[in-house]
Each structure stands twice: as structure tokens, then as C-alpha cells.
Design a protein around this ligand. Structure first.
Ligand SMILES: [Zn+2]
Length: 277
């Protein structure tokens, strides 16, 4: 699912503008929307408060990164209707290039199954997650994890989520410090722990990282295998923003060129021995 924002509001504007000025500008923005979109905005679920557009934006707008420095709150009408689940079956990402929000499957979604995304960072622990959903989104999560009374299961889940969050950072950090072997071992753990918790890494991104690490430890065969998996995974997304796909394609191309070079070199060595016979 690909959708463009009905409204996109800079976070710096939302934070810095005086309330009456912000409300006036947002209202003017909504009034300028095409009729159907404008009606869609007013039909959204709203919080109970004192100003209607604030009450609509608070539980519906989603934070997106427009440039490296500039974040914004985007209001996407279709996306607003997708419910939360702590073990979601879909993920979303925003393309700063096209301003499109794309929802894509996180795992196989069965026909008739409701599409869900997580409104919280995946690594957030149980108590914080419930509190965040209550405060920011104004509801109690009814998923099996949140309703569980099994303290041990909740604590295990929290540990796994925390570990998943740590591992991604550790893999990238170890890689940047050139501890490639360590990074590869941690990448494997990242996948295993994430899968056990039902929140695995985004595979396209994961394969890409493992491909580059395999190359760094000198395993060209694995580097090519994972680069191909990354390319296939990005292709399957049918992305509206081809930056990741293009990067994966270019990396695979580079490895293939290099692969031929390495093969030639080996042949060279073999020929050398032949000459000596
Ligand atoms: Zn939940």
C-alpha cells in the first residue's frame, strides 16, 4: 500500500509556533484540501480535547524524517486506519524523495487477516509500551502479549526486544570499527532473537548488512549470495523509492565484477604452475 500525506507538518513549526498561530495555519491547510480528503480528515478517530484539529492530529499523525535534520508529522488517511499490534504483520517506511508512505508485509499475511503495524519502537518493553500507547494514542493494547499475566513470558519478551534493539546497533558499531567477525556473529544472533520474538530484522536490510560483512571477512561467495538475497528482497517490496534497490543492485554488480577478477587471478596462478611443469 502506498499513500501520500493529506498534511505534512514540520516538527519545528509544531514546536515553535504559538498555539493560536499553529492552529490557524493548520486549519487553513485543511481547508485548502480537496473536498473528499478534507472530509476524510474530519472523519478520523479523534481524542477528546478542546480543539478539533489538534484532537485529530494527535492520535493519527505519524512521525517521518523528511531530511536528515528535519522531522515532520504526516497525516495519511488510509494509514491512520491501520491498527496497532505489538507483533505486527506489516511495517511502514517513508520516502523523503517522493513523500510517499509505504506499508509492506513483515511476514506472510493470510487472506482475511487484519493488517497491523507497531505504533511503538519494537524494542520498547511491555510496561513502557502500554503506557506509551495509552498516553500518545489513547488506547489499551489488547494483543495477547499485552494481556498476558505470565510474568516470566513478559520478562523474556522484554529481554528479547531489548537485545534486538542492542544487536542492530552493536552490529553496525562493530562493523564501523572493523570487528567484522564479531559483527557477523552478532548479526546471526540478531536474526535468531528477532525471529523468536516475532520481530525479525527487515530481511532486505539484514541481507545487505551480512553481504557487506561477508565481503569484509573475505568470504566472496557468501557476500554474493547475501547481496543477491538483498537485491531480491528489495525488489519484492515494489518500492516507491528505489534508493535501496539501486544500492543493492550496484553492490551486486560490483561483487560480480570482482568475482570475475578473482577467478581470473586464480586461473593465472593455475597457469603459472602449468608452465612450470
Ligand atoms: Zn500489545
Amino acid at each position: 500500500m502506498v499513500e501520500y500525506p493529506a498534511l505534512l507538518l514540520g516538527v519545528s513549526f509544531l514546536q515553535d509556533a504559538k498555539a493560536h498561530h499553529r492552529r490557524r495555519l493548520v486549519k487553513r491547510g485543511v481547508e485548502q484540501l480537496p473536498g473528499e480528503t478534507r472530509r476524510g480528515v474530519y472523519e478520523l478517530h479523534r481524542k477528546k480535547g478542546d480543539y478539533v484539529l489538534d484532537d485529530i492530529l494527535a492520535p493519527n499523525a505519524v512521525s517521518v524524517q523528511v531530511t536528515e535534520e528535519e522531522a515532520a508529522m504526516g497525516l495519511f488517511l488510509e494509514f491512520s486506519r491501520i491498527n496497532h499490534d505489538c507483533q505486527p504483520n506489516a511495517l511502514y517506511r517513508f520516502s523523503p524523495k517522493t513523500l510517499a508512505l509505504e506499508v509492506f508485509p513483515y511476514r506472510t499475511i493470510q487472506p482475511g487477516e487484519e493488517i497491523t503495524v507497531s505504533y511503538t519502537p519494537i524494542s520498547m518493553p511491555h510496561n513502557q509500551r502500554r503506557e506509551y500507547l495509552r498516553q500518545v494514542w489513547g488506547f489499551d493494547c489488547s494483543c495477547s502479549l499485552c494481556h498476558s499475566t505470565d510474568e516470566a513470558a513478559i520478562s523474556d519478551s522484554d529481554h528479547r526486544r531489548e537485545r534486538v534493539g542492542e544487536l542492530k546497533q552493536s552490529v553496525l558499531q562493530a562493523s564501523s570499527q572493523q570487528y567484522f567477525e564479531n559483527a557477523l556473529v552478532m548479526a546471526q544472533e540478531w536474526l535468531e532473537v528477532g525471529e523468536r520474538e516475532g520481530v525479525p530484522p527487515l530481511l532486505a536490510e539484514y541481507y545487505d548488512i551480512v553481504a557487506r560483512l561477508s565481503f569484509d571477512v573475505g568470504d566472496l561467495q557468501d557476500a554474493r549470495r547475501y547481496a543477491l538475497l538483498a537485491f531480491d528482497a528489495w525488489t519484492k517490496f515494489g518500492s516507491v523509492d528505489d534508493t535501496d534497490l539501486e544500492a543493492a543492485r550496484e553492490y551486486l554488480r560490483e561483487l560480480n565484477r570482482l568475482g570475475r577478477g578473482v577467478k581470473l587471478e586464480r586461473q593465472g596462478v593455475a597457469n603459472m604452475f602449468k608452465d612450470a611443469e
